[in-house]
Write a protein that binds this ligand. Structure first.
Ligand code: URA
Length: 209
């Protein structure tokens, strides 16, 4: 079973409340998503391996820590995933960024891949798939299958908000993928929206509706 980590840091929870509010406008919504993404990046990278190096401080030589080896790849699912990339890059500036485009049929809710462009060495990277809303789980599930098909072996999934239905899909299909959430909500409605959720993340990020 995948592990589910709800990142309940007070700052994340506080900002998520304002992200959810209907009267939060595009500019503020985007800024809050950026801030929450940065805070989530901090938590998600908690287990990165460290190694010792010897440095010279102004007063002495010292053995101190740096992050060892692990290279990170951020994989936002278009288009809403893009809204979380800059916040993460503030903490992980050397990460490479791949993109997966999936179109969700509004009637059947089935995802279809229309674009994929990845770093060439995804098999050597720890990949963080970014999908703000884990609703049916269809898009994230497909994206993770695509990455595995191309050689990825080390994948985490990061979402602002998830529905239990989506979490269950990822747990069943990808027991090796840890899931990091800002919140685990109640359910999906009949249109595939997360309840209480925040509405359509892409529309709210980009002011389209
Ligand atoms: N995608 C969204 O943007 N919002 C939802 O509630 C579900 C899927």
């Amino acid at each position: 079973m995948s592990n589910v980590h709800v990142l309940d840091h007070p700052l994340i929870q506080h900002k998520l409340t304002y992200i959810r509010k209907n009267d939060t406008g595009t500019k503020e919504f985007r800024a809050l998503v950026d801030e929450v993404s940065m805070l989530m990046a901090f938590e998600i990278t908690r287990d990165l391996p460290l190694e010792d190096i010897t440095i010279q401080t102004p007063v002495t030589e010292a053995v101190t820590k740096v992050i060892s080896g692990k290279k990170i790849g951020l994989i936002p699912i278009l288009r809403a995933g893009l809204g979380m990339v800059d916040g993460m890059l503030k903490l992980i500036p050397a990460a490479k960024v791949g993109h997966v485009g999936l179109y969700r049929d509004p009637e059947t809710l089935t995802p279809t891949e229309y674009y994929i462009k990845l770093p060439s060495d995804i098999d050597e990277r720890e990949l963080i798939v970014i999908d703000p809303m884990l609703a049916t789980g269809g898009s994230a599930n497909d994206a993770i299958h695509s990455l595995k098909k191309r050689g990825a072996t080390n994948i985490k999934l990061m979402c602002l908000i998830a529905a239990p239905e989506g979490v269950e899909v990822i747990q069943q299909e990808h027991p090796d993928v840890d899931i990091y959430l800002g919140a685990l909500d109640e359910k999906l409605n009949e249109k595939g929206y997360i309840i209480p959720g925040l509405g359509d993340a892409g529309d709210r990020l980009y002011g389209t509706k």
